[in-house]
Ligand binder design. Structure first.
Ligand SMILES: [Zn+2]
Length: 205
């Protein structure tokens, strides 16, 4: 069939089979104007003799999906991977290559690590904390982050500090002494909340 560019009037011939029943977007090779071509209801054979073969065929485009149709699945996949890495971290943390990614973010396995025998001594505006972290698992573990939260009588947070992991190892079935001194406590501290874990665990708790 014969089609004419609406902008520069260049004439092209093109097979109806290429256009298809649904139509197709074509681009003028001369002026780059694009437009939608549909097949005419009239007989193909009737126009056959009028083809102008001297003009190049226009560049054809497959009907393209809008851009967001490509971005949505990629974004969804990334969100699913990210959420999966957070919620299944306990299971994935010992598996490569996830383990490397977690460790780069300061997330180590803390399964089997326990706080023991913590003693708190208060002297005026200074609080001394002493205790132990026990590794009850069968494998070496990295010393976890330790979070200290002081609360007043109304259970309001008056102090919060997280001591980052020293990256040292606690061997299997061994105990590591822990001590901390919190000084210049301004309000009267009534409660101490101690927590150990990796960066992700402490963030989610
Ligand atoms: Zn044109």
């Amino acid at each position: 069939m014969r089609i004419t560019c609406g902008k520069c009037q260049a004439v092209y011939c093109i097979s109806e089979r290429v256009i298809g029943s649904a139509g197709r977007i074509v681009k003028c090779a001369k002026c780059t104007h694009t437009w939608m071509v549909t097949t005419p209801s009239t007989s193909f054979a009737a126009h056959k003799t009028h083809y102008d073969y001297k003009v190049n065929l226009p560049v054809l485009f497959k009907p393209a999906l809008p851009h967001y149709f490509k971005i949505i699945p990629i974004t969804l996949a990334l969100i699913i991977i990210f959420v999966g890495l957070i919620f299944f971290s306990e299971k994935l943390i010992n598996l490569q290559p996830a383990k490397i990614i977690y460790e780069k973010c300061g997330i180590y396995s803390t399964k089997g690590l326990l706080l023991n025998d913590f003693v708190i001594d208060t002297h005026e505006n200074e609080i001394a904390v002493n205790g132990f972290i026990t590794n009850s698992s069968d494998e070496d573990k990295i010393v976890p982050d330790i979070r200290y939260i002081l609360l007043n009588n109304n259970k309001e947070v008056i102090f919060r500090y997280t001591k980052p992991s020293s990256k040292e190892a606690i061997k299997a079935n061994q105990t590591l002494p822990i001590s901390a001194k919190i000084t210049n406590v301004k309000a009267k501290a009534e409660y101490l909340q101690l927590d150990i874990g990796n960066k992700l665990e402490l963030l989610l708790r």
